[in-house]
Every structure is written in C-alpha cells, then in structure tokens.
Design a protein around this ligand. Structure first.
Ligand code: NAI
Length: 449
C-alpha cells in the first residue's frame, strides 16, 4: 500500500507542507539502510550503569561522548536508575533537552530506569518518592517521544529491582532500540525482569542471531505473518508456516520464498497444537501466534457468529495450542512465544468489542503465562501493532485511513516488517530476560493509551 501523502510531502509538495505546517512524515530508516547510525552517541546521567554502557558502546565500535557537545549525534542514552526522588530528574532531563537539536535524522533516545512497581511484599519498593520518580521517568520518556522530529524515536528500558542494569536482555534491547529494526517503535518501555538471556554484541545482534532455531508462524500466507516468516528466515531460523487450506497457494509461495515448510491447518481445530508438533517433528524453539481475524460490528448489532469466531481464532486457539505443546513436551531448550495483540486491545476501538476483547485477552494471557514458560527456560510476550500498511488496512475508507496514518508521533503507518523485527528481537536468545511484556509497534499512536 503506497502512502502517497508521505511521497508528495518529501517530494514536490515539500515547500507547501512546510509553509502550511502540515504533517511532515519522514521516510524511516529500515534495515536495508544499515543497522546502526555512525554519528556519536551521547551518554548522560550519573552512576555506574551510565559508565558501564559508555564502555559497552565503545567496545562495540560506537563513538561515545559523555558531555554535551556541538557535534551531530545519532543517539542519546540517559540513565535515571539511581534517582531516589523527583528532584533527581531535572539535571539529566535538561541535559537531554539541550542535546536534542544536535540529533540527526531517524535518531534515537533511550532512557534507562528502574521499575516503578508497588509490591506489598517489598516494603522498600513502596517509598512514594522513589516510586514517583521511577514512574516520572516514564512520563518524561513518553512525552519526549511525542516531541521527537525527523523520524526520531524515544523509548525506555525498564529494569526490575534485583536485575543488573547491564543484564543481557537490557543490552539486547539497547541494540534493538538503537538499530533501524525499531523504526516504528516509539514511546514504549521494554521491561527487563530477569538476568536471563545470552549476551550478544551489537554486530551479532545485527547478524543471523536465530541461526538453527525452528520457528512456527501461524497466518504466514500473507500480510504481517508473511513478513514475520521472511524476517525470521533472514535471521537464520528454519520456518514452518501455518495457514488455512483456502490460503494454501499463497502459503506455498511464501514458504518457497523463505525456504520454509508449509502446513495447511485451521488453528481453531481442537488438536491444532498436536498437529503442529507432529508436522514439525522436532523441538519448537519459536512460536509466533500471528493468525488473526476481524469481524467488526457495533455491539448492538453483534451476532454470535462474529463474536465467537474472533475469540476462537485470536485467543482461544492460542491458549489451547500453548497447553498442548507443553503437554506434549514439544518445546526446544529455551522456547520463545510471541503473540499478536493490537493497540485496539489496549485503547479499545469502536466496532471492535469482540476484537479488542480477544487482543486484550492476548495481553492478559502472556502476562499470566510468563511463570509457566520460565519453568521451561522460556519466555512469552506480545507485540501490539497500531496502523500497519496491509491488505486489511488498505480496505479502510480513504479518509479514515489517512487520519489513522497521521495520528502517530511518526505521522505515518508502519510496515509489516516493523512488527516482524520486534518479534525477531523478542524471539532471540538474548531476550531471555523479557517475559510477560507487551511491546507496541505503533509509531506512538495517539489514539487511546
Ligand atoms: P491478514 O488478514 O492479512 O492475515 C492473517 C492471516 O491469518 C491470513 O493469511 C489468514 O488466512 C490467516 N488465518 C486466519 N484465520 C486462521 C485460522 N483459523 N487458522 C490459520 N490461519 C488463519 O492480517 P494481518 O493484517 O497480516 O494481521 C496479522 C495479525 O496482526 C493479526 O493477528 C491481526 O489481528 C494483527 N494486527 C494487525 C494490524 C494491522 O494494522 N494490519 C494491527 C494490529 C494487529
């Protein structure tokens, strides 16, 4: 689907767009443009973690500055992990502000902080000033993301209390957020809750970091599922694509392209999990629950067929497949499950009570399944796409589609590959410390939460 406005705004209408103050979406850098930018990275904030990350960046071939500079910058990293009250925010926040004008196109700001988690079992975590500043850091990050210009993004890495700030998954999250793979992720915190995960260098993360993994992708015939299949294959995984028999030709075409195996199966079948385990015939390292449907209606006009089919495909099948694969001991040594939610499941959406119930259900499912997966040395997470350019969104009425594109901080729709890149990150060995989380891939869509 072509975004004509973005093409015109960056071509013949550039001057008019500027003069009239119209949305000015910048073509985003994606992987074909290279993984990391080459300008220096500014590391701000006091403390041992800031020092450790400055050294880590140097060790990984980045140029690093520890003091504000007049040079062009590719990224700013800011550390708030040692803040104990709101007064500790200002110095580093204002330093970030002073450096923003030096950022280059499609730059990155990554804010590091601790989890603002209130837990009755941890009285020390209930210090109101501490919790205020930790939550405050997230408010700062989300607002800054709205203020970023020229395709730049701001995101957070939030590390749980007992986990080292430089845990493998925090470092992997940094490579993801600094790279062009996170082009359409902005205003999002990535939560690192354990020190699990295999350490990875910036270079290895940009390479075939899924080499040798067996990955099952449902709904792989077209759209986002097709992009997931080709991205996981690009990163080295052997892909088994699942789709309904009616989509058999398209599935075969996709699997031929990625050198994968096609399995024609309706995932709502009672024994779908077992059928997948049989078809794969080897331990499953990665399962991507991508297949999904919409049957939109106002609730007042909703019928049982529409409601039940959406819930059956989008959530009930996933619960059943996960349980069957666990029961059948079909998982590999460190399984990774990633499920497709939607921003509709977070913010809600008119005419989508059934869809939003199913997608909010996915978010609930991954949060509640993290402990069980942890017992199997695995993780389970969700990604929540916003407006993605697919056949589904191409069918929207033109004006609605145009509005949906512009109401994000990046002022454009995302591409299927943007969702796929986030999934490839969460599926990596290095992401072993991230589980139960939902990461939005929505360009910081301003609709709802
Ligand atoms: P799509 O409709 O283009 O592709 C979905 C695929 O799933 C199709 O190939 C379809 O045949 C397959 N499928 C449907 N029911 C199935 C079943 N019972 N068994 C096996 N396969 C089945 O959809 P799209 O846009 O690629 O979306 C993929 C996922 O991303 C879905 O879960 C969707 O809800 C989610 N999503 C998409 C967004 C977008 O903007 N396109 C936004 C938010 C979430």
């Amino acid at each position: 689907m072509t975004d004509t406005y973005t093409r015109l705004a960056n071509g013949p209408l550039r001057a008019a767009v500027k003069a009239l103050g119209l949305p000015n979406p910048v073509p985003l850098r994606r992987r074909e443009d290279g993984d990391y930018l080459s300008e220096p990275v500014l590391v701000l904030g006091p403390g041992a973690a800031a020092d450790a990350y400055a050294q880590l960046l140097l060790d990984n071939g980045f140029e690093v500055r520890r003091k504000p500079t007049s040079e062009k910058l590719s990224a700013i990293l800011a550390f708030f992990d040692e803040a104990t009250g709101p007064a500790d925010l200002s110095e580093t926040a204002l330093e970030i502000g002073g450096a923003l004008r030096g950022l280059t196109r499609c730059s990155r700001v990554v804010i590091f902080g601790r989890d603002a988690h209130i837990s009755p079992e941890r009285p020390e975590a209930m210090d109101p000033a501490l919790n205020a500043v930790r939550n405050g850091v997230q408010g700062l990050m989300r607002s800054l993301a709205h203020e970023m210009r020229a395709g730049g993004t701001a995101n957070g890495i939030v590390v749980s209390e007992d986990v080292p700030m430089d845990a493998p998954s925090a470092i992997a999250a940094l490579w993801f957020l600094l790279s062009s793979r996170s082009a359409y992720v902005s205003g999002q915190p990535v939560h690192v809750t354990t020190a699990d995960g295999a350490p990875v260098t910036a270079e290895a993360f940009a390479g075939q970091h899924l080499a040798g993994r067996i990955a099952v992708v449902t709904g792989a015939a077209r759209g986002i599922g097709r992009a997931i299949a080709s991205t996981l294959a690009r990163d080295g995984a052997r892909v088994i694509g699942v789709d309904v028999p009616q989509a058999g030709d398209a599935l075969a075409e996709t699997m031929n392209e990625v050198g994968g195996t096609a399995v024609q199966l309706d995932i709502t079948a009672e024994d779908a999990g077992l059928a997948i385990a049989r078809a794969v015939g080897a331990p499953i390292d990665i399962l991507i629950h991508n297949a999904g449907i919409t049957r939109d209606r106002m609730l007042a006009n909703m019928d049982a067929a529409r409601w039940d089919s959406v819930l059956a495909v989008n959530i009930e099948s996933q619960l059943r497949m996960n349980a069957q694969l666990t029961e059948a001991s079909a998982w590999g040594e460190a399984p990774r499950i990633v499920s497709l939610a939607s921003t509709s499941g977070i913010a809600g959406n008119r005419r989508q009570t059934n869809y939003a119930a199913s997608k909010a259900g996915v978010i609930g499912m991954v949060a509640a399944s993290a402990a069980e997966l942890s017992a199997q040395n695995g993780t389970i997470n969700a990604v929540a796409p916003g407006f993605i350019e697919t056949e589904m969104t191409a069918k929207m009425p033109a004006l609605t589609r145009e509005l949906a594109r512009r109401v994000s901080s990046l002022q454009q729709g995302g591409l299927p590959v943007d969702v796929a890149e986030t999934i490839a990150f969460l599926a990596s060995d290095a992401a072993g410390g991230i589980s139960g989380d939902t990461v939005r891939v929505c360009g910081q869509n301003m609709v709802g939460a």
